[in-house]
Ligand binder design. Structure first.
Ligand SMILES: Cc1cc2nc3c(=O)[nH]c(=O)nc-3n(C[C@H](O)[C@H](O)[C@H](O)COP(=O)(O)OP(=O)(O)OC[C@H]3O[C@@H](n4cnc5c(N)ncnc54)[C@H](O)[C@@H]3O)c2cc1C
Length: 462
């Protein structure tokens, strides 16, 4: 637990526009979505004295931040870690709010074991350290490239293949490939075969480095604080947005709301599905940007156990890597026991396989158990409870987060954030290119749009 206060009163989320297209006119601001972006926008506006109504389709707040009970423990179904600490503004905000945050590094080489399916044995820590070191260097190098850098390769996978081929020794190459693809594919929530070779230049927040932290008691602690005092209408599904020179009209399943501005924070997957109608229709550049920014899906299998059987041996791993003969098959199990309050392992899956998770979750649960049994023969115990997330098929998300697929450009991200007629504003993780995919991007985008309406600097306090 850390208790450092941000006493210099510098804005936590800087580098974003203050003012812009809209004017500070009286009237209600309607915010669509009570996730990190929507709640941040609403909170800044509420503090500045504006009337704000948040319309949320689900019967809960938080969006892709959702803390649930699994077995005897708690788990974050969606966003879980505050990455890149101390640079990450979410960390400082959580501290300011008095939340209990603790360090929880995902890939701490001192608490990591890897199992090789081919040999049926543990991988030596020297080999893992070598591979992880190269992954860290590569991430930094790619993240610091000029946005104008050109690459002959068509996809990130082709670029990575070039890097992998430089490693000497077939076994080292195989381990490096497994780790580099685990890190890149999981962070992007999509296989590198679909990603832009410029992925890390487009979303450089992925390469910030720094420590990982969790909020004790779950991310919901933060969204509950953000929501305090706000007018939030749960179970209010927005169907259409009509906008004119003098205001906006929002049609929901239960009636109509009018306001001076609307901030749309629906996820990129929902915008792509076109389930919210815009009238007049979205201009072509905006529609093109919505289609160009990729949709990534990463799902979690959350297992609880009566005993943390993987901690019986002296190394007591926090993360267990599985180097499968099939790339992307249960690549990582993360021990979240300390924050869960009961023995818990969380497996992450992405790529084409997650398309089948909603239809056949049991098949994935069974295979996850087989893999654990293979890694810990003799010690393995069957789980006491399992929960499988369904972000990819959930009608309120239709993705886990945005991802820089082949062909997406900086202009597309800028278009995504561009307001319409000074009345319809767009926030949400996908609209904040630097930290797209992260809570930091979501919150930053909400503050950016609140500032745009206010026309003056305003920060988030909770
Ligand atoms: C599995 C997973 C793991 C992740 N891990 C991390 C992590 O460790 N660290 C990190 O920083 N980030 C992580 N993220 C990403 C992070 O959770 C998101 O970037 C962030 O929460 C997005 O916030 P948002 O406000 O942009 O969108 P959302 O939280 O999705 O909010 C949008 C809201 O709009 C609502 N909505 C949608 N359509 C309508 C409609 N028609 N009418 C009314 N309401 C509507 C939705 O219900 C939702 O509440 C993870 C996400 C997932 C899914």
């Amino acid at each position: 637990m850390l208790g450092r206060k941000n006493t210099n009163r510098q804005p936590l989320f800087d580098g974003m526009p203050t003012g812009g297209a809209a004017v500070d006119a009286p009237g209600t601001v309607i915010v669509i979505g009570a996730g990190a972006a929507g709640l941040s926008a609403a909170r800044v506006l509420h503090h500045a004295g504006r009337k704000v109504v948040v319309l949320e389709g689900r019967d809960r707040i938080g969006g892709r931040l959702n803390t649930i009970e699994v077995g005897d423990g708690i788990a974050d179904e969606g966003g879980n870690w505050i990455h890149g600490v101390p640079a990450n503004a979410v960390y400082h905000l959580a501290i300011e709010a008095g939340l209990d945050v603790e360090r929880d590094d995902l890939l701490d080489p001192r608490h990591l074991v890897a199992h090789d399916q081919r040999s049926g044995r543990r991988v030596s820590s020297a080999r893992i350290l070598f591979a992880l070191g190269r992954v860290a260097m590569l991430t930094r190098r790619y993240g610091s490239e000029s946005i104008h850098a050109e690459h002959p390769e068509a996809t990130l996978a082709e670029r990575l293949d070039g890097e992998i081929s430089k490693v000497r020794g077939a076994t080292n190459r195989r381990y490096y490939r497994a780790l580099v693809r685990t890190v890149f594919d999981m962070v992007a929530a999509k296989e590198a075969e679909y990603l832009s070779p410029n992925a890390l230049t487009l979303n450089p927040g992925d390469s910030d480095g720094g420590a990982d932290y969790v909020i004790h008691g779950g991310y919901q602690q933060l969204t509950t604080r953000l929501a305090g005092g706000l007018d939030i209408r749960l179970g209010t599904l927005v169907k259409a947005i009509r906008y004119e020179d003098d205001g906006v009209t929002i049609d929901t399943a239960d009636g109509t709301h009018q306001g001076s501005h609307v901030i749309v924070t629906a996820p990129i997957g929902v915008l792509q599905a076109g389930t919210i109608e815009f009238n007049p229709p979205l201009p072509t550049p905006k529609q093109r940007a919505i289609e160009a920014v990729g949709v990534g899906v990463v799902e979690k299998l959350i297992f609880t156990f009566d005993e943390p059987f993987w901690r019986r041996k002296p190394e007591s791993p926090r993360s267990v890597l599985y180097i499968s003969e099939t790339l992307g098959e249960f690549p990582a199990f993360v021990d979240t026991t300390d924050s869960a309050g009961c023995p818990m392992l969380v497996a992450f899956l992405t790529g084409d396989q997650v398309d089948q998770i909603a239809d056949t979750p049991q098949r994935f649960i069974d295979r996850g158990c087989e893999v654990l049994q293979e890694i810990f023969p003799g010690d393995y115990l069957a789980p006491s409870a399992v929960h499988v997330t369904q972000w990819g098929t959930d009608p309120f998300s239709r993705c886990s987060y945005s991802t820089p697929t082949v062909g997406v450009t900086v202009d597309d991200y800028e278009q995504l954030a561009e307001p319409l007629a000074g009345r319809v504003l767009f926030a949400g993780e996908a609209t904040y290119r630097r930290y797209a995919g992260f809570v930091q991007g979501a919150m930053g985008s909400g503050i950016r749009e609140a500032r745009r309406i206010l026309g003056h600097p305003a920060d988030l306090t909770i």
